[in-house]
Design a protein around this ligand. Sequence first.
Ligand code: ADP
Ligand code: MG
Length: 238
Amino acid sequence: MSGLELKNIVKNFGSVEVIRDVSLAVNDGEFVAFVGPSGCGKSTLLRLIAGLDKPTGGNIVIDGNDVTDITAADRGLAMVFQSYALYPHMSVRENLAFGLENTKVAKAEIEARIADAARMLEIEPFLQRRPGQLSGGQRQRVAIGRAIVRRPDAFLLDEPLSNLDAELRVSMRTELAALHARLKATMIYVTHDQVEAMTLADRIVVLRGGRIEQVGTPLELYNKPANRFVAGFIGAPH
Ligand code: ADP
Ligand code: MG
């Protein structure tokens, strides 16, 4: 497999250029963090990769196939949002199963995947509860579980921990790292928290005003920031 490639991606909303000629190659299995200040285009870029929105220009290639005109459902990706986006009237189990019903996945296989994800995320005791009966951290685990059961080639996570309190954010960080190690799936992780990016990512993409300022490993960005903006954002001496 050859990962994911963004080629000269442009996105305009009306006359406003929100993503300006972004090119990036993400390796299969890599954990890449998109960081940058609020409004720099992180969520927009993730939505373009997910297929929830169409680029104005450029191409998106997944495993060697151009998916620019392919629907979200056919891209083999799963997205996790900051707001969980769980169905409040369904149990946790039903939320986990929802994306797999009406697919080719057999019933027994759906059950096996739910059991596996529930074990991995330690949400087994809550399978019969509704999301409203769970804490924020438990809900976010369910949201991640819903992505896991789909067995996607890549996970797209948009600030998944930012609604959680500080202590929980730190413990969930460790869980995400363990999950990545176990699943070996590509993860693209949007965060405005540079500590999260530095601890989790193989490579960090620093965005500003819809452009990439720098791409590198946490150490490269820390030791050799391309400019004062990157240094300031990463918290490196400059
Ligand atoms: P980030 O996730 O980095 O905070 P976003 O990708 O959400 O940034 O937004 C980037 C810019 O695009 C912002 O200026 C935002 O107002 C604008 N934007 C995002 N979505 C839309 C939309 N659907 N219509 C118009 N402008 C949008
Ligand atoms: Mg955002």
